[in-house]
Design a binder for this molecule. Structure first.
Ligand code: NAI
Ligand code: MG
Length: 358
């Protein structure tokens, strides 16, 4: 198979982890006889520094013609401490999602058995948890009207959804539920918010088209509790942009670490594969970031954008084998991890590559 992949490392540890992801792609291409070509583009802080824009036109043009995009992260402490900065790295990310019509963000939350002890949640609660989140990605309060009033002393953001926006993501979630455990949980705040009442109406209206899928509704506050109380009860979860952002960070603790979670952003055009973590300034440049989220992004990319299921499975099995062999990065290790098994970003990547080549 001949495909063109755009690597967009972005900021902070984004560059460190996508470097490993790209190597995995190269080894997979070699192993299975595919012809993957690559290009790179800037986004976020590094793009602002180089061009003045967080999403330069050149980057967007390259994104539109790629067959898939391997993404890192955006963000820089400079902006976190200066809320008044007008040009910001995350604008690049949001604009990319909007421009490419990436309205569905798929976040599989699955614990590798070997990491049962990496989580602060009890193993008996975690064992067997396997959730697929569908987070809406181009609407909600992230894209609604926002303003600062009264000489800067009052501010508002608008939580806004249209029926078609809810419908298209909920359909995707129903269809995924059909191929999995046949359960769909829709999360909203319909007891208070009008946009959530619309959300729930849409789910209820579509449900009869999927009689084989059992539908449950949860309010987001209750969901935050249930997710760690009893993660096994959930199969597919669908929710809006803000609730999905928060709940999936929480859910990362089911998988052991932010460094283990990959996501696929899909919709109208090229799929973007992005770890759920950010640019992690606290560990940038130290060579300790866990690259497995990016490696698992590659598995999602191969599966969803290219339909290469065997190749995707091969990547997941390599991650599983390396974890079984006891190798850990700092975020998933603990005091009983032997020093020779505690690896940095590159060494962990090398283990995966060796396993793939074997
Ligand atoms: P973060 O996800 O970057 O980091 C949260 C915590 O998890 C940190 O302690 C970090 O060291 C750890 N962590 C994250 N990824 C890891 C990995 N691969 N291996 C080991 N440990 C890992 O979130 P934070 O600190 O809130 O934000 C940092 C910057 O990232 C900010 O500028 C923020 O705006 C940006 N951000 C960007 C996102 C994106 O590009 N999609 C998403 C979230 C935040
Ligand atoms: Mg987030």
């Amino acid at each position: 198979m001949k495909k063109h992949i755009l690597v967009v490392p972005g900021d902070g540890i984004g560059a460190e982890v996508t470097a490993v992801g790209k190597q995995v792609l190269e080894v997979i291409a070699q192993k299975f006889g595919h012809e993957f070509s690559y290009d790179e583009a800037l986004i976020g802080h590094v793009a602002i520094e180089a061009t003045g824009s967080p999403l330069p036109a050149e980057t967007l043009a390259k994104m539109r013609t790629a067959d898939a995009i391997l993404f890192g992260a955006v963000g820089h402490p400079k902006y976190d401490n200066d809320p008044s900065a007008k040009v910001r790295p995350e604008q690049g990310l949001l604009q990319m999602r909007k421009e490419l019509g990436l309205y569905a963000n798929l976040r599989p939350i699955k614990l590798f058995d070997e990491l049962l002890d990496a989580s602060s949640i009890k193993p008996e609660i975690l064992r067997g948890a396997d959730i697929l989140f569908f987070r809406e990605l181009t609407g909600d309060v992230y894209f609604g009207k926002r303003e600062r009033l009264d000489d800067g002393n009052t501010a508002y953001d608008t939580m806004i959804y249209s029926k078609y926006e809810v419908e298209r993501i909920v359909r995707k979630a129903f269809e995924a539920a059909r191929t999995r455990g046949k359960k769909l949980c829709s999360v909203d705040k319909a007891n208070v918010l009008e946009s959530s009442r619309l959300w729930r109406e849409v789910v209820q209206a579509l449900a009869p088209e999927y009689p084989d899928v059992a539908v449950e509704h949860q309010f987001v506050d209750a969901m935050a509790m249930l997710l760690i109380k009893d993660p096994k009860r959930f199969d597919v979860v669908v929710t809006g942009n803000l609730f999905g952002d928060i709940l999936t960070d929480e859910a990362s603790q089911i998988a052991g670490s932010m460094g283990m979670l990959a996501s696929a952003s899909v919709g109208d055009s090229t799929g973007v594969y992005e770890p759920i973590h950010g640019s992690a300034h606290d560990i940038t440049g130290k060579g300790v970031a866990n690259p497995l989220a990016s490696v698992l992004c590659v598995a999602l990319l191969l599966d969803i954008s290219f339909g290469l299921k065997t190749e995707a499975q091969t990547v997941i099995e390599a991650v599983d084998a390396i974890l079984k062999a006891g190798f850990r990065t700092r975020d998933i290790g603990n005091s009983s991890t032997p020093a020779d098994k505690l690896l940095g970003t590159r060494a962990m990547g090398d283990q995966i590559l060796e396993r793939l080549k074997a």
